[in-house]
Design a binder for this molecule. Structure first.
Ligand code: GAL
Length: 400
């Protein structure tokens, strides 16, 4: 019966492929973001050999409460279904046990491929070792999964670069010069979830740019909180970030004289909380520089209203295209490597890295896409003209 269905699907696939293979979309601001049909079309170029269609793909996302993952899940589902795969998409409500259970169920359902964005990178080695024993290949999606050799590939953005872009934005906005100590500025840091392997890459990237200024006394941290552990935010939670910033403002900025010049936030969900705390508890008359990441709608609105200064945008539509082509090549028995970047015809930039991401069981070959700085001045060009967002009145609205 299964063979018959596969044969029928294969025929349908061949028919649709003839209709649709024409170079991948997305990428840097030049290309229009895909509507789901366009995404399906464009993505099919590289790996959609008939053999790979008709497979079952299990996609495990961390939560729906952090905006971007809704987009990731939906783009990934569209991409794989567009190749004739059946998709089981799960969201685990940021609960680690729930994600383990969800993946156990996907394995029990005999998926042919797992795509997993981990809540806690250190909590999945057992269940993924089970996947390995069942010969189910695993793609570590966006966040690196640690302590298991069950991972075939890692697909993400250059996470260290995200932090560097945030740090450089601060340097440029303040016009800092390493040897100009004539004026100093106050900065506070808000980083991400310690369970997320990306969080330290973002923080270390920002510190890579800013630490020389801190060491030179040009940037001061009145709270004294400068290590990742001190500034991390459990679950990337907006409320946690708000509460911590309210405490800092109350303890170090309540005299009305101490100015907060910069709030370096690793992503938009934390930046939203910090912006709320500044709105309610900051005594100063200036508007601090606030950084972010992800292009969440509420934060883009704050950027347009001048409450947040920038966000580092990562086109997850392209992250899904890359994951599709890597996944389909694997389902076709191939071992994709750097050459896929060329052969796939992706219109977005991507590098193949076999050095940076060691998950404590060895280096995981990684495909890393390029993040983009978005401010009030280029929202139209980077997000709307590219088709990732539409303008809903004054504010951008994500396509997905
Ligand atoms: C990170 C991800 C960021 C941000 C954060 C919170 O792993 O790379 O884009 O969304 O999680 O969800």
């Amino acid at each position: 019966m299964k063979k018959l269905i596969a044969a029928v699907l294969a025929c349908m696939m061949t028919a649709s492929m003839v209709a649709c293979s024409n170079g991948s979309t997305g990428g840097q601001s030049s290309a229009a973001a895909p509507s789901s049909e366009a995404a399906l079309d464009a993505a099919g170029s590289a790996a959609s050999t008939p053999a790979a269609g008709g497979k079952k793909v299990g996609i495990s996302m961390p939560t729906k409460s952090l905006e971007r993952w809704n987009r990731d899940g939906s783009y990934l589902e569209d991409q794989f279904e567009g190749k004739g795969c059946s998709v089981e998409l799960t969201y685990s409500d940021n609960k680690i046990d729930q994600q383990v259970k969800d993946i156990e169920n996907l394995i029990a359902d005999k998926v042919d491929l797992l795509v997993v964005a981990a809540i806690d990178g250190d909590s999945l080695s057992n269940v993924l070792n089970t996947a390995k024993s069942a010969n189910i290949p695993v793609i570590s999606y966006d966040r690196l999964i640690m302590n298991t050799d069950a991972i075939s590939y890692y697909v993400s953005f250059d996470n260290f670069k995200v932090g560097q872009l945030q740090g450089q934005f601060v340097v440029d906005q303040l016009g800092l010069k390493p040897d100009d100590k004539s004026k100093s500025y106050n900065i506070e840091f808000t980083a991400g979830d310690p369970a997320d392997n990306n969080a330290t890459f973002f923080f270390n990237g920002a510190m890579d740019v800013l630490k020389p200024y801190i060491d030179a006394g040009i940037l001061k941290v009145p709270s004294g909180q400068k290590t990742f552990q001190q500034v991390a935010t459990q679950s990337w939670d907006t409320k946690n970030a708000m509460n911590r910033m309210q405490n800092i403002l109350g303890s170090y900025y309540s005299n009305g004289k101490t100015t907060l010049d910069v709030a370096l936030c690793s992503n938009d969900s934390t930046a939203l909380g910090v912006t709320q705390a500044i709105g309610s508890d900051y005594m100063g008359s200036n508007t601090p520089i606030i950084t972010g990441q992800d292009g969440d709608e509420a934060n883009l609105a704050n950027i347009i209203d001048g409450k947040q200064s920038m966000t580092v945008y990562k086109a997850v539509a392209n992250e899904a295209v890359a994951t599709l082509d890597i996944g389909m090549a694997m389902l076709d028995g191939q071992k994709p490597d750097e050459s896929l970047i060329k052969s796939a015809g992706w219109k977005f930039d991507c590098s193949y890295d076999t050095k940076s991401y060691d998950n404590k069981k060895g280096i995981v070959p990684s495909y890393l896409l390029v993040p983009t700085v978005v401010t009030k001045d280029n929202i139209q060009k980077e997000l709307v003209d590219t088709g990732y967002y539409t303008m809903d009145g004054k504010y951008p609205k994500a396509k997905k």
